[in-house]
Ligand binder design. Structure first.
Ligand code: GTP
Ligand code: MG
Length: 184
C-alpha cells in the first residue's frame, strides 16, 4: 500500500518570477503556510517551498521555486528554471515598473525552459497586492485589457491576487496545476 503510494506520487516543479518586491515570497508563504508578513526581506538567489495536494486519489507534490527578483541574481535563472513545468509571473498592481517588465520575464522563461515537446511552459500572471487598490489608484487595467495582454504575450490566464488577504492565491497556483494535468 505505502509502496504503491510512493510509486503514484507525482512531483511538479513550478517557478515563481517577477520584479523585486512584487510579492512572490509572500504569495508562496500564504499558499504553503497560510501566513503573511508586512516586512520585506529580499530573497537571495532562490528559495524552495513544498505543498502536497491530492489529485485523482494521488498525492501531487508541488515544489515552488521562489526566484529572487533582484537584478544581480538574474544570471542564474537558467539553472533555477531547469525542469520546471509551469510558472507564476507576479507583478505589483501598485508599481508601474513591475508591470512594465513582465514581458522581459516571460521572454526569459520562454528562452530558458521548454516542455518535453519543446513548447513554452504555461505561465500564469498574478496582478498582486490588489488589496491596496481603490478607485483613485493607478491600477486601471480592465479585464478586457488583461485578457488581451494574456492573448498577445501567451499567458494561460491571469488573477488579481493578494498575499495579504489570500485572495486568489491558491486559485492561481491550482489553476496552473490543473491546466498542466489536463493538457498532459
Ligand atoms: P524579492 O524576493 O526581492 O524578489 O521580492 P518578492 O517578490 O519576494 O516580494 P515579497 O513577497 O518579499 O514582498 C515585498 C513586500 O510587499 C513585503 O513588504 C510584503 O509584505 C508586501 N506584499 C507582498 N504581497 C502583498 C499583498 O498582496 N498586499 C500587500 N499590501 N502587500 C504585499
Ligand atoms: Mg522574495
Amino acid at each position: 500500500m505505502s509502496e504503491q503510494n510512493v510509486e503514484n506520487e507525482r512531483r511538479y516543479k513550478f517557478i515563481v518570477v517577477g520584479d523585486m518586491g512584487a510579492g512572490k515570497t509572500s504569495i508562496i508563504q500564504r499558499y504553503t503556510n497560510d501566513v503573511f508578513s508586512n516586512s520585506y526581506k529580499a530573497t537571495i538567489g532562490v528559495d524552495f517551498f513544498m505543498k502536497d495536494l491530492t489529485r485523482e486519489n494521488e498525492t501531487v507534490k508541488l515544489q515552488l521555486w521562489d526566484i529572487a527578483g533582484q537584478e544581480m541574481f538574474r544570471h542564474m535563472t537558467r539553472v533555477y528554471y531547469k525542469d520546471s513545468i509551469g510558472a507564476l509571473l507576479v507583478f505589483d498592481v501598485d508599481s508601474r515598473s513591475s508591470f512594465e517588465v513582465i514581458n522581459e520575464w516571460k521572454k526569459d522563461i520562454d528562452e530558458k525552459v521548454r516542455t518535453n515537446t519543446n513548447s513554452p511552459i504555461p505561465v500564469i500572471l498574478c496582478a498582486n497586492k490588489i488589496d491596496l487598490i481603490d478607485e483613485e489608484s493607478s491600477w486601471n487595467k480592465t479585464k478586457k485589457e488583461m485578457d488581451t495582454i494574456c492573448e498577445e504575450q501567451g499567458y494561460i490566464g491571469w488573477f488579481e491576487t493578494s498575499a495579504k488577504t489570500g485572495q486568489n492565491v491558491s486559485e492561481s497556483v491550482e489553476f496552473l496545476l490543473d491546466y498542466i494535468l489536463k493538457n498532459n
